[in-house]
Design a protein around this ligand. Structure first.
Ligand SMILES: NC(=O)c1ccc[n+]([C@@H]2O[C@H](COP(=O)([O-])OP(=O)(O)OC[C@H]3O[C@@H](n4cnc5c(N)ncnc54)[C@H](O)[C@@H]3O)[C@@H](O)[C@H]2O)c1
Length: 255
């Protein structure tokens, strides 16, 4: 039996990188997929790929910073597939800036996508899942939610916020008897469009080697490495796991 048989999974930021791999992986394991992104064409392409491989999927245009959009997208999920059982709060952006020079405008923009939206998604998923017997909420944080980096003040703060928001939501759901588990995932550097900017330009190769060197396992992560962890947290195999931090970083934070 497929590991996500009869489950309905919603992935924000599903058009690219990690979200795309999560969507494809969960669909292969039998879940019906709702792929959302601010990039509508990209989300549609992922949903089409799932359908042409024999899976079930719809694509929705969604800006995760808008609360009414969450309510609408979850209502569409329920009317299309009957319930919502898995939410991956995956959409995110990475912009640099240290604690001395960053602007409040840049800080607020990043927070609205990386932290406020995770709150909104979690809130509305709980409200839906508690009516249908529970579910699994997976929040994509980062190793940057566990350790600091001088040039990533807002990103560090947002991902650290995701880590503890996850624990608060997990405890609330457990105390309430909702049957909803909430966990965070902490990837190291994964080869996706998000980190491609680091490799552009004449010093790109050196930057790649430097980054690889920070991962004791000797390579950058692949989107599938993270999708495999998300699949575990999405499935009933992790039924005793809530409020936890799944670190998938090739040993980056072990040293
Ligand atoms: N790539 C890495 O090394 C890495 C490491 C740790 C954590 N992460 C986290 O993983 C998640 C996915 O990152 P990725 O590497 O796949 O990046 P990516 O840039 O490839 O994909 C991010 C997706 O989010 C979408 N998005 C951005 N703003 C949005 C908004 N307001 N509403 C809806 N969608 C929006 C983008 O259109 C894009 O499709 C992010 O939360 C990121 O912080 C990535």
């Amino acid at each position: 039996m497929a590991r996500l048989e009869n489950k309905v999974a919603f992935v924000s930021g599903g058009a690219s990188g990690l979200g795309r791999a999560q969507s494809m992986t969960m669909a292969r394991e039998g879940a019906s997929l709702v792929v959302t992104d601010i990039n509508e064409a990209g989300a549609q392409a992922v949903a089409d790929e799932i359908k042409s491989a024999g899976g079930k999927a719809i694509a929705l245009k969604q800006d995760v910073t808008i609360e009414a959009g969450w309510e609408e997208a979850i209502a569409t999920t329920v009317s299309e597939f009957g319930s919502l059982s898995i939410l991956v709060n995956n959409a995110g952006i990475a912009t640099g800036g240290n604690a001395e020079d960053g602007t409040l405008e840049d800080w607020n923009h990043l927070m609205s996508i990386n932290l406020d939206a995770v709150f909104l998604g979690t809130k509305h998923a709980i409200r839906s899942m508690k009516q249908t017997g529970g579910g699994s909420i997976i929040n994509i944080s980062s190793i940057m939610g566990l350790i600091g980096a001088a040039g990533s003040a807002a990103y560090n703060a947002s991902k650290g916020g995701v880590k503890l928001l996850t624990k608060s939501a997990a405890l609330h759901c457990a105390n309430s008897g909702y049957g909803i588990r909430v966990n965070s995932v902490h990837p190291g550097f994964i080869d996706t469009p998000m980190i491609q900017q680091i490799f552009d330009g004449p010093t790109g190769d050196a930057a790649r080697q430097h980054l690889i060197g920070l991962h004791p396992i000797g390579r950058l992560g692949a989107p599938q490495d993270i999708a495999n962890g998300v699949l575990y947290l999405a499935s009933d195999e992790s039924s005793f796991v809530t409020g936890s931090e799944l670190v998938i970083d090739g040993g980056y934070t072990a040293q």
